[in-house]
Design a protein around this ligand. Structure first.
Ligand SMILES: *[C@@H]1O[C@H](CO)[C@@H](O)[C@H](O)[C@H]1NC(C)=O
Ligand SMILES: *[C@@H]1O[C@H](CO)[C@@H](O)[C@H](O)[C@H]1NC(C)=O
Ligand SMILES: *[C@@H]1O[C@H](CO)[C@@H](O)[C@H](O)[C@H]1NC(C)=O
Ligand SMILES: *[C@@H]1O[C@H](CO)[C@@H](O)[C@H](O)[C@H]1NC(C)=O
Ligand SMILES: *[C@@H]1O[C@H](CO)[C@@H](O)[C@H](O)[C@H]1NC(C)=O
Ligand SMILES: *[C@@H]1O[C@H](CO)[C@@H](O)[C@H](O)[C@H]1NC(C)=O
Ligand SMILES: *[C@@H]1O[C@H](CO)[C@@H](O)[C@H](O)[C@H]1NC(C)=O
Ligand SMILES: *[C@@H]1O[C@H](CO)[C@@H](O)[C@H](O)[C@H]1NC(C)=O
Ligand SMILES: *[C@@H]1O[C@H](CO)[C@@H](O)[C@H](O)[C@H]1NC(C)=O
Ligand SMILES: *[C@@H]1O[C@H](CO)[C@@H](O)[C@H](O)[C@H]1NC(C)=O
Ligand SMILES: *[C@@H]1O[C@H](CO)[C@@H](O)[C@H](O)[C@H]1NC(C)=O
Ligand SMILES: *[C@@H]1O[C@H](CO)[C@@H](O)[C@H](O)[C@H]1NC(C)=O
Length: 568
């Protein structure tokens, strides 16, 4: 290791200055501890650094270290009943503590005092760890994800996102690091005060892969779903079959499905108790989990990525006072810009999610974090929500696949779904009591838009210029965080005139459908008669013109609610 005594002293100081990990309420303010020492940037500031594990050529040796089944002597192995907490528990296990979750720690915002207790991790858009959302946010104050009285759960369909990952390749944080590297090549690059840590900061993040915390999120989601719905496995036992869980071929997507399965079935049982189907994610290949690979307009600035442009524009005015404060702590050839403010906020999120803590977080105020969240709200609403002209088309693949599973009939090829797999009882079984598909957050949001779950976006189209004048229920960190999950519960409710019912749940919030799905009654539990819902969704499938939205020549603008469909 190349740490000098001076750096070790600085690191020790940073540890002392770091907020207490155990109690958000006692976290110390980040302002009072900043020193006025000016540090000359070291020659390696901003450099990328990485480690590689395992060493090449190494492999576990199953002969020297045989598995449990070979060693034998397992002791008694009597199983208990499958858990069914969704049905049997009086209380639902909400994830309402700090979103940061064990084992991450996060600072209080800059300028906060000893009495403030702000969970900054709930302001990170798609980089937030998931947390329970309250049904009252969307208009069902008394709904719970527990199975309503008088009903029993017959079938569950789950669509979930990978847990925390490194930045995608070429994202803003790595560009920021190279800007620091460039600054070290000029003369007199010094940093002071809250920014002093940058003098010895290195870029330690990889790209694309799940982080250890990300793995834990997917594992725990598997544990949670086994606990809530394990009894549905008895249906597989009766059929003498094991389930197919699907994912995409990217490394993090494969590991996501494996960690979920490991949590759901146990290690190493998951290796034998589920078939994990890996669908190729690559340009030009049909895959409902990666529709942007075959939807050309999704990658065109004036169509599929109007949200990114609008969010960048919003950021040019949102962080001015913080940028001036930070620039006053820098000398030499470096001037921080709004782009750098976003990059440093993202470094706060990514370093926390990957390394457990980030010195960048304490640079920003509570107001900055609110604007950072709104930056993501704009980006996602207009890239993958109702403000996008391609989102419904991209979500149509999963919409068709859900309806196919609801109706036991294979879907037709009018979207990004892969007909080769979806015509096969091996690769697209239609008789499962429990389905679990892993995907990306953009696709989860595309899917919610395709389902026309407009309660999630209630209100006028998001303002692209002013957070305070916006009046929409949409908040990105509630809908597209790491490990976000969309659940459909199919229920039997014998006491109702129509016994077969369905409802939709996003991160524990039950979504009302009575205003968006004609024929679904106002219902405090968000229920809709199954056949009514299926026929509304079939109409929605017919309405979404994949070919036009993904390939036609049109221009879209941020500021409009398109219901996810291209303007004609
Ligand atoms: C740190 O430096 C700033 C700017 O030079 C100054 O306003 C402030 O009073 C200093 N703080 C301390 C604790 O010396
Ligand atoms: C495992 O170890 C045994 C005994 O040392 C050796 O014969 C075998 O080649 C090893 N297998 C692997 C996969 O390394
Ligand atoms: C501390 O911050 C909170 C908001 O986070 C504010 O309401 C309160 O007035 C502040 N207290 C002091 C003493 O500044
Ligand atoms: C959801 O919000 C309602 C109304 O504000 C409140 O009564 C309820 O306790 C909240 N539920 C949870 C799980 O936090
Ligand atoms: C760093 O400097 C190189 C060479 O001048 C330049 O090509 C590159 O764009 C700079 N990077 C950043 C992030 O400014
Ligand atoms: C300052 O940085 C910019 C961008 O990296 C570079 O093009 C320029 O040559 C640098 N100027 C000095 C004086 O080092
Ligand atoms: C369906 O998926 C397979 C394997 O991933 C791929 O080879 C094939 O091209 C896909 N079909 C279409 C129409 O893209
Ligand atoms: C914020 O800074 C930008 C330059 O980055 C400037 O164009 C804009 O006018 C400033 N906005 C406000 C509200 O001061
Ligand atoms: C298993 O679940 C499916 C889907 O709910 C249902 O159609 C089927 O009847 C169930 N089979 C058994 C044996 O319970
Ligand atoms: C927000 O919406 C509510 C209800 O639709 C309306 O009463 C209120 O005036 C709106 N506020 C703003 C700032 O648009
Ligand atoms: C979608 O929901 C909106 C209400 O937000 C409704 O006006 C529209 O008819 C719905 N579309 C379909 C196809 O159900
Ligand atoms: C798309 O439409 C615009 C405006 O009508 C036109 O200028 C442009 O050439 C068209 N592009 C293509 C590829 O047809």
């Amino acid at each position: 290791m190349k740490y000098s005594a001076a750096i070790l002293a600085l690191m020790a100081e940073a540890v002392l200055a770091a907020p207490q990990a155990t109690s958000g309420a006692t976290a110390s303010s980040s302002t009072s501890t900043a020193t006025n020492t000016t540090a000359m940037a070291s020659s390696y500031a901003g450099a990328s650094t990485s480690d590689v594990y395992p060493p090449s050529g190494t492999v576990a040796n199953g002969t020297l270290f045989p598995s449990e089944s070979v060693v034998g002597f397992p002791g008694p192995t009597q199983t208990g009943v499958e858990p069914a907490a969704a049905q049997t528990a009086p209380l639902y296990p909400y994830n309402t503590g700090a979103a940061k979750s064990f084992p991450l720690v996060a600072a209080q915002p800059h300028g906060s005092n000893s009495t403030s207790n702000i969970d900054i991790t709930k302001y990170w858009g798609n980089l937030s760890p998931w947390y329970s959302v309250n049904s009252s946010d969307y208009g069902l104050p008394n709904a719970s994800p527990l199975i309503p009285k008088g009903c029993s759960v017959e079938q569950v369909h789950l669509l979930y996102r990978h847990g925390a990952r490194y930045p995608t390749s070429g994202a803003a944080p790595a560009t920021f690091a190279s800007k620091i590297v460039n600054a070290t090549k000029g003369t007199g690059f010094n940093v002071s005060g809250d920014l002093a840590f940058l003098a010895n900061w290195e870029y330690k993040l990889g790209a694309e892969l799940l982080t250890p915390f990300g793995r834990a999120q997917n594992f725990l989601l598997g544990v949670e779903y086994r606990q809530l719905y394990g009894e549905l496995l008895n249906n597989f036992t009766a059929q003498k079959a094991i389930p197919v869980f699907r994912t995409e071929s990217q490394d993090r997507m494969v590991k996501t499905a494996e960690n979920f399965a490991a949590g759901f079935f146990g290690v190493p049982e998951y290796l034998q108790e589920v078939n994990i189907e890996i669908l190729v994610e690559a340009t030009g290949v049909n895959n409902s989990g990666a529709p942007y690979e075959v939807c050309n307009n999704s990658n065109i600035a004036s169509r599929g990525s109007i949200g990114s442009t609008a969010a960048t524009k919003f950021a040019t005015n949102a962080f001015n006072s913080t940028i001036s404060r930070l620039n006053s702590m820098v000398s030499g050839n470096l001037t921080l810009t709004p782009t750098d403010a976003i990059a440093m906020l993202q470094l706060c999120s990514y370093e926390t999610d990957a390394l457990g803590y980030s010195a960048f977080c304490g640079l920003f105020t509570a107001e900055d974090f609110a604007n950072y969240e709104y930056y993501y709200d704009i980006s996602f609403y207009y890239n993958n929500g109702p403000g996008s002209p391609v989102s419904a088309a991209q979500g149509k693949g999963y919409l068709q696949e859900f309806v196919a599973r609801f109706t036991q009939s294979y879907p037709n090829a009018s979207s990004a779904l892969n007909e080769t797999f979806d015509n096969s009882s091996t690769y697209f079984p239609l008789n499962q009591s429990f389905y679990a598909d892993a995907t990306h957050e953009v696709v989860v949001l595309d899917t919610l838009t395709a389902f026309n779950l407009t309660a999630l976006f209630n209100g006028p189209a998001l303002s692209t210029s002013n957070r305070n004048s916006s009046n929409n229920t949409f908040v990105a960190s509630k809908i597209v965080p790491f490990a976000t999950h969309f659940t459909a519960q199919v229920l039997e409710c014998p006491a109702r005139n129509v016994s077969k019912q369905i409802r939709f749940i996003v991160n524990d919030a039950v979504v009302p459908v009575s205003s968006s799905h004609p024929g679904c009654p106002v219902d405090p539990d968000g229920l809709c008669p199954f056949n009514t819902m299926v026929s509304v969704l079939q109409q929605r499938i017919a309405q979404i013109d994949f070919n036009y939205d993904c390939f036609a020549n049109y221009t879209a603008t941020a500021g409009v609610n398109y219901n996810g469909r291209a303007p004609h």
